[in-house]
Write a protein of this length. Structure first.
Lengths: 333, 386
């Protein structure tokens, strides 16, 4: 019950943040260089009248604050406006493209967590031994290598040279198998999805893995030096249990924060990885929208990323409150 | 005492191998603990008290290592070294393995109460859960039985509403209550010996009083022996039966508690006693011990206390005294490691006092007693300075 109250409280706190995001993106999209109308008419003969008509149609002739209010009213009703380039509602475009991006980001995180946490624990347990040094170098490389480069190398090695895995595209496991040619049944669809997902997932997840691993190692080392670990050892708790339970549990708290706060980095990385692997996700949509000055779409995607980020932070806070008993829900006891 | 003591520590040496050099944290100490006894291990910070107690548990962490000595518990060797055929030191065959120490000694035979109740409990598990885990491990109880034993023990150490508090987390407990939990952990495992490593240092004085009283009650009820590590001679006077005074990794004086306080034989113990605030005396300044304890990396030559000792003579720089029986207190030996006693035949009387030593008259001991009786010891120093 307390947790529910806290959740509502945190969500309410997010409202001013989201309003702030909307104002800033609105100003940036509308005051930036380039004029959508002339871009739309590029290469075409056009009269002054046509320009006026288009401006009227998209409401571009009205003052900025009026347009903002109109936009926000629409936003509250789930209407993100009309894309100038696609001539379709922005909300629908985003929904279509959100699936692959989310699939990519979630699997990249799953990959990062599943590898980084055990590796970090082992590195901490064998501190300053060869295992630790190897993991340190691997993490350094992982942090300093851009995801698109990793993607290209993975394609070169596993798709081009070895021919084990496909180099581009994605099969969406939530679609019916009949949507794809040559796919019989769900099992084969899942198999193809996994094969296609593997390389982009590694490309996007490596940075997260390296970051999480280093933090996990540091946290575990600190936790292993804690008095409570000494106490557990003094009472004959087996070393395995000390490592996996007593030290581990305390060390996980900052990991939650990293995952939550790095969400925006991961989505940013997804834009690049989608380009490299030719995945039709939010990243490509966003990049295209910026290039075409499709300001409604730019705003829509930015708003959605802002919402995702804020939600990520809130989920972080809430899971923190859930995992760490010391966190009080914003009120003094 | 003819019967085998509960714990015997002989010539224990624990060193830390650091980049700055080898720290001889514990440098050849010997003492014993008998059934039902509270033995004090006293000294300033850095004297090696905590390292000594951790060595007994086999819990010295890298870069620390026990490099010599023997620890016997209930007649069994829990630590012992011998020289292998290649000249390397190795664990003796009759000594318990690490695994045996973990399963048979830690918790169920020797339990420990740590210094810092705020940090010693795991913040993410309930107090009851932690207590129960130790009970399950060390007493072979399971499930509801272990839970009931945990709640009983919480009640026993004076925690109100133990059923409710069992489910609470450490941060919901005050410092004194957490220390009670740690005591409950120690007692719940039904050990024969509890090592209490400065258990009241982090607590305020009223809570300290309550905890000492609790330990005293429980000790007489369960008959558990204690090694009580502290820097506070007041606490020692209150609860200990026998006392070991440590300085820079060595035991410098060893005596039953009354004997130690009334027939002090070592200038360091004297100095420690002088530095205690006394409500029955008016002083303008506390008699702090001059200087700070040197590093255990390069301990001073001869007697390690000589640079700070008011009785230091030239001979103290050369001769390193081992704790030696100086007097007899109702059948108990009173050992001290100070060459001013006749048991050390090194011509202390004939040796010139060191510059900086404050007492320059013939008999250091008599002088020490005199200053003890002086109405206002701080005045003496004041006159000297003028």
């Amino acid at each position: 019950m307390k947790l529910l109250k806290y959740t509502i409280y945190r969500l309410a706190q997010a409202v001013p943040v989201l309003i702030g995001i909307s104002i800033i993106t609105f100003l940036l999209a509308n005051l930036g260089p380039g004029d959508p109308v002339s871009l739309m008419l590029q290469g075409q003969e056009h009269s002054e009248e046509l320009v006026r008509a288009i401006e009227r149609r998209y409401g571009l002739d009205r003052p900025l604050h009026e347009r903002y209010v109109t936009y926000m009213v629409g936003l509250l009703q789930g209407d993100l406006g009309q894309s100038i380039y696609y001539e379709r509602p922005v909300a629908g475009l985003i929904l279509d493209r959100a699936g692959p991006t989310l699939l990519l980001v979630v699997s990249a995180y799953a990959f990062a967590l599943a590898t980084a946490i055990p590796l970090g624990v082992v590195a901490a347990d064998r501190r300053n031994e060869p295992t630790d040094h190897v993991s340190r170098i691997a993490a350094l490389v992982g942090v300093s290598t851009p995801s698109f480069w990793i993607g290209i190398v993975l394609i070169l090695v596993f798709a081009v040279k070895l021919g084990w895995l496909p180099s581009s595209g994605l099969y969406y496991p939530w679609r019916p198998p009949s949507a794809y040619r040559g796919i019989d049944g769900h099992l084969e669809l899942y198999y193809q999805s996994a094969r296609h997902l593997l390389l982009p997932m590694i490309a996007l997840g490596t940075l997260q893995m390296a970051t999480i691993m280093r933090v996990e190692r540091t946290q575990m080392i600190e936790s292993l030096q804690g008095e409570y670990v000494k106490l557990a050892r003094a009472y004959g708790v087996p070393e395995r249990t000390v490592l996996r339970k007593h030290a581990f549990q305390v060390a996980q708290l900052p990991i939650i924060t990293i995952v939550g706060l790095n969400l925006s980095t991961a989505i940013g990385g997804a834009v690049l990885v989608e380009t490299v692997f030719n995945i039709n996700g939010m990243g490509q949509l966003f990049v295209g929208a910026i290039q075409r000055n499709d300001y409604q779409l730019v705003m829509g995607v930015t708003m959605m990323l802002g919402v995702l980020f804020v939600v990520g932070v809130i989920i972080t806070d809430i899971s923190y409150a859930y995992v760490d008993p010391r966190v009080t829900y914003g009120e003094r006891e | 005492m003819s019967s085998e003591p509960l714990l015997r520590v002989e010539n224990l040496k624990t060193q830390f191998f650091t980049e700055a050099g080898t720290v001889r944290a514990v440098d050849g100490i010997s003492f014993e603990v008998r059934e039902g006894e509270i033995v004090g291990l006293v000294g300033e910070s850095g004297a090696g008290k905590s390292v000594a107690s951790m060595s007994i548990m086999g819990l010295v962490e890298a870069p620390g290592e026990i490099v010599g000595g023997e620890i016997t518990y209930k007649g069994e060797t829990i630590f012992g070294l011998e020289e292998g055929p290649d000249g390397e030191l190795r664990k003796r065959d009759d000594a318990l393995s690490d695994e045996e120490i973990r399963t048979r000694i830690r918790g169920n035979e020797i339990a420990v109460i740590f210094q810092d109740p705020m940090e010693s409990l795991n913040p993410v598990f309930t107090v009851g859960g932690q207590l129960r885990e130790f009970i399950e491990l060390n007493r072979g109880l399971e499930g509801e039985e272990a839970r009931a034993a945990a709640i009983d023990m919480l009640r026993e150490v004076g925690i109100p509403d133990p059923e409710e508090r069992y489910e609470e987390y450490p941060h919901q407990f005050s410092g004194g209550m957490r220390q009670r939990v740690l005591i409950a952990m120690a007692l719940a495992c039904e050990p024969s010996l509890i090592i209490a490593d400065e258990p009241t240092t982090a607590l305020d004085v009223t809570v300290e009083g309550q905890i000492l009283e609790l330990v005293d009650d429980l000790q007489s009820k369960y008959g558990t022996s204690f090694v009580w590590v502290t820097h506070d001679l007041g606490v020692v006077a209150e609860i200990c039966d026998r006392v070991n005074v440590m300085y820079l990794g060595e035991i410098v004086e060893q005596a039953p508690v009354d004997e130690l306080f009334y027939e002090t034989k070592h200038p360091y113990t004297d100095a420690l006693l002088d530095s205690i605030p006394r409500p029955d005396r008016t002083v303008t300044e506390l008699e702090a011990i001059e200087g700070v304890m040197p590093e255990a990396i390069e301990p001073p030559s001869g007697c390690r206390f000589h640079p700070r000792c008011p009785d230091a003579r030239e001979v103290c720089k050369r001769v390193h005294p081992e704790p030696t029986v100086i007097a007899d207190a109702d059948g108990e030996p009173h050992r001290a490691a100070c060459v001013k006693h006749d048991a050390f035949d090194v011509d202390y009387e004939g040796s010139p006092p060191l510059a900086g030593a404050t007492r320059e008259t013939g008999d250091g001991m008599a002088e020490g007693t005199a200053s003890e009786l002086a109405p206002n010891p701080a005045d003496d120093g004041g006159e000297d300075r003028e």
